[in-house]
Design a protein around this ligand. Structure first.
Ligand code: ADP
Ligand code: MG
Length: 844
């Protein structure tokens, strides 16, 4: 018997019922049913006597006999009433539906166990729609003191699939298929965490013998569920790391150092330094970086992005930042250009509104490599946009981009060097090593030397090659198998080496020759120049290269390295959730604001205090500050929100009349160009007040704006409120956030506003949000199937999650392919779950 069989194999489940269970609950296989867990349990240890019943007793279990059954007419239809009697008294059992079927199946004067919610009316007791079974049946059951209650639907109940029937099905399932439940964890894990065995866990989760057993069973099943999710995520990460090669940014040279030492306008915070270190480790490792950078609004992500890009540039690559809106893209452009104004680096911006002529220029400069950094919106994703060699792509505010758009960035990398994946040349290398062990050893040593030398000649040649004058793209310092070569052509198998000057002994020359031979065996033509040649007559060198290239045929690229990916988000995701949703990404966190930031003073005011709020606005404007007033925008009632916004705008206009005050207005129904225009007026300080819907939520940077007023703030989610508040507090002045609301507040609404007033820590706010709304509603998590958990709860079971993740890590550390015999159980289940799983977050 196999658990993958359809549930019709279970005794008592007809095809009809099976269909119903599938359409209503999605249960198809025996395994599905086995994993259909109770949502609560009824403790049926106690039996009541009818005489003992009290009006406030809720659920009761009673043994007795049915003495009579009758139909009683009522307003619509009729109800079925049975008189139920035990040694101490009588009461009624009542049915409003399914009369015929119930009437026929009930046997008078037999002993029944009934169970249900107790009603008390006019001094008499009744149980509507009781669970009822013969005492003889009751005694035969896999009897447990605690009874499971399964989730159900109206249709199921109406079709006679009661909770009792569900229990019978699952009981039969467990009887028939018990042996088919196979252990999926290793003995070591079971021992380490003192886990219940899988069979017992299923038995006890459905029919617990005690609270204690139930707790153990639940722990085991939650652990298992989380363990296999983590195993999949971590293995995916592992595979990405080992299979997908990443460019190596091993040079930290002119651009980075010059900027860092001479142009950085402030000291980095410790958090920024730490994150930068993490990034440098990634891009130096040879693996492909896929990192999520979380940092609250204003924590200084841009500078980290910039330094990462400078690393790419120092290694002969280009870099890009993609932002979700034009406003954000131009802000990045402004910030980055400002940072780089005293350097020679070229930065440009590409958005939908860039004119065709400018666009062509950008395309050209991208392809010939003279443009170092391109910032833009999704316009970057157009096919016409091709980089010469894109080394890193930075994606800002990730939740605004779809999955497909993100992955499109991967293919922007320009050409690919004909590369032998690291380590595959082992056979060739071994051959040389065996034949000439001492020379080979020397070659290895010299190789290390080479790496350290950054010859002037090399730089000069790169200046030439990167202008594309040869019409073939090259990469500098490229790794072929285990060898770092000076230059590699992207589309033809040609390597260029510059020989560094040292007093070559015969042995050294021999070692050099071996290196070249190995590279040639890999299928490359290797051309060598001495540094003198390059320094004295570079034109000659270029000419020679041009000749050689003519004679070498094209070869299709074998391996493409995608650009490194850094995703930046200001929406903090609690760690535990991130572990699951983004478990396959590496995560960096900037958890420290730059020094000297003043916390935004946040207050909650009721609508009736509006006048004093206006007064406050006037005072701030008189000091030269600017003010945002934000109205909610909720999809379902867009027209109503629009009306609210317009009404608000009117009353603000009355209160702040022209020409003394200027007001901008921005909302979703405006054309992008008009929006941009209004926005710019505010950015330039031409208007003092910005009335807007949440379109301004993300990223907008107007340091002079110091007051954020949020209308109907009870209608906003926490993360949205936090984002909005992040628009102020960007300058040196004390900033304020005023949350306006009506008196009618839900409990949840109150908690949200209170949280905002109490803290400005994005992670704390995210934790509260997670508790209030559950993981599925948090920003950025909607697409993730990770959250369709059967038994575990990401919010409540964080301890188990951490255990499961750590266990998965240590299993993979010792046995990355799960091929060791002791991991056979794990491997089997892993293969099964990864076939059907939809857990990928698909960030990239
Ligand atoms: P965000 O993380 O929201 O993108 P930004 O990168 O826009 O934040 O930085 C917000 C502001 O803080 C900018 O004006 C930036 O110049 C400034 N800033 C960033 N890092 C530091 C630092 N280490 N010290 C002082 N100011 C900083
Ligand atoms: Mg930013």
């Amino acid at each position: 018997m196999n658990l993958s069989y359809p549930i019709t194999y279970i005794n008592g489940i007809s095809v009809q019922r099976a269909t119903l269970l599938y359409t209503e609950l999605g249960i198809k296989s025996c395994n599905d049913l086995l994993n259909f867990f109770p949502f609560r349990y009824i403790d049926k240890t106690a039996f009541y006597a009818i005489k003992e019943l009290q009006p406030n007793t809720s659920e009761v279990q009673i043994v007795g006999k049915i003495t009579s059954i009758k139909s009683v007419a009522q307003k619509r239809g009729s109800r079925l009433v049975a008189t139920f009697q035990d040694a101490t008294g009588t009461m009624e059992l009542v049915w409003f539906k399914g009369h015929k079927w119930i009437k026929e199946s009930l046997k008078p004067n037999e002993s029944y166990v009934v169970y249900g919610k107790l009603n008390h009316y006019n001094g008499s007791f009744s149980i509507p729609h009781p669970e009822i079974e013969l005492v003889t049946e009751y005694k035969q059951k896999l009897q447990s003191k605690m009874q499971p209650v399964y989730p159900s639907t109206e249709k199921l109940t109406n079709s006679g699939v009661s909770n009792k029937l569900m229990r019978t099905y699952i009981q039969n399932l467990l009887k028939q298929f018990f042996d088919g439940i196979q252990e999926s964890l290793s003995q070591e894990i079971i021992d380490d965490f003192k886990l219940m065995h899988k069979r017992d866990a299923f038995l006890n989760v459905h029919f617990p013998k005690s609270q204690e057993n139930l707790a153990k069973a639940e722990y085991r099943l939650k652990f298992e569920e989380l363990f296999f999710i983590q195993l999949q995520l971590l293995r995916k990460k592992l595979i990405n790391k080992t299979k997908i090669k990443g460019f190596i940014f091993e040079n930290v040279s002119d651009n980075f150092n010059d900027f860092y030492n001479n142009h950085l306008p402030f000291d980095l915070t410790n958090a920024q330094k730490r994150v930068l270190k993490e990034i440098r480790k990634d891009v130096g490792s040879g693996a492909h970086m896929n990192r999520l950078l979380q940092g609250d609004v204003g924590s200084g992500k841009t500078i980290v992005a910039l330094l990462t890009m400078l690393l790419a540039i120092d290694n002969g690559f280009q870099a890009t930042i993609m932002a979700p809106t034009e406003i954000l893209a131009s802000q990045h452009y402004k910030a980055i250009s400002e940072y780089l104004k005293n350097t020679k680096l070229k930065v440009d911006v590409l958005t939908g509104s860039v004119k065709i002529k400018k666009r062509r220029e950008i395309h050209k400069n991208l392809e010939n490599g003279t443009l170092h950094i391109l910032i833009g919106t999704h316009a970057l994703l157009e096919d016409k946009v091709q980089f010469q060699n894109l080394g890193v792509a930075i994606i800002d505010e990730q939740h605004r981009f779809g999955v497909a758009q993100r992955s499109k960035l991967w293919s922007k990398g320009g050409g690919s060097v004909l590369t032998i994946a690291k380590g595959t040349g082992i056979e060739v290398r071994n051959r040389y090593e065996t034949a000439h062990p001492s020379v080979y050893k020397l070659m290895k040593e010299l190789q290390k030397e080479r790496k350290k030398q950054s010859a002037e000649a090399e730089k000069n040649l790169w200046e030439q090659l990167k202008t594309n004058k040869l019409e073939f793209k090259f990469r500098r310092q490229h790794i072929i198998d285990e060898f770092t070569v000076d230059f590699a052509c992207i589309s033809k198998p040609l390597l260029v080496e510059i020989d560094v000057e040292y007093d070559s002994t015969a042995e050294q020359q021999e070692a050099d020759a071996i290196r070249i031979k190995i590279l040639e065996e890999f299928g490359y033509k290797v051309i060598r120049f001495t540094s003198e040649e390059v320094l004295e007559n570079i034109d000659n060198v270029i000419e020679k290269l041009a000749q050689e290239l003519k004679n070498i045929p094209f070869k299709k690229a074998e391996v493409t390295s995608p650009p490194h990916i850094l995703v930046m988000t200001a929406t903090p995701i609690p760690r535990t959730l991130a572990m699951s949703v983004y478990g396959d990404l590496d995560i960096s966190v900037i958890d420290e604001l730059p020094p000297g930031r003043k916390e935004v003073k946040t207050v909650h005011r009721f609508d009736s205090n509006r006048l004093s709020v206006f007064k406050f606005m006037k005072d701030e404007i008189a000091k030269g500050r600017q003010v945002y007033i934000v109205y909610p925008l909720i999809q379902e009632s867009e027209t109503m929100d629009y009306k609210d916004l317009m009404d608000g705008y009117e009353s603000v206009s009355r209160e702040f009349p022209n020409p003394k005050y200027q007001i901008s207005i921005v909302h979703g129904q405006m054309k992008p160009a008009d929006k941009e225009f209004e926005m710019q007026r505010f950015v330039k300080g031409e208007t003092q007040i910005m009335v807007a819907t949440t379109v301004i939520e993300v990223g907008v940077n107007v340091p002079n704006a110091s007051v954020m007023i949020i209308e109907s703030s009870e209608r906003f989610g926490l993360s949205q409120l936090h984002q909005l508040r992040g628009r102020v507090g960007r300058g040196a002045d004390q900033s304020y956030c005023i949350l306006l609301s009506s008196y009618k507040l839900s409990e949840e609404g109150k908690t949200r506003l209170k949280t905002m007033v109490e803290t400005s820590d994005g992670f704390k706010i995210a934790e509260v949000d997670l508790k209030l709304r559950g993981p599925g509603n948090l920003m950025g998590t909607q697409q993730s199937g990770v959250l369709n958990l059967k038994i575990a709860d990401i919010v409540k079971d964080t301890k188990i999650l951490v255990n499961a993740r750590n266990t998965a890590i240590s299993v993979l550390q010792e046995d990355s392919n799960l091929s060791k015999p002791e991991n056979a159980n794990i491997r089997k289940t892993y293969l099964e779950v990864s076939k059907t799983s939809k857990i990928w977050s698909n960030i990239s």
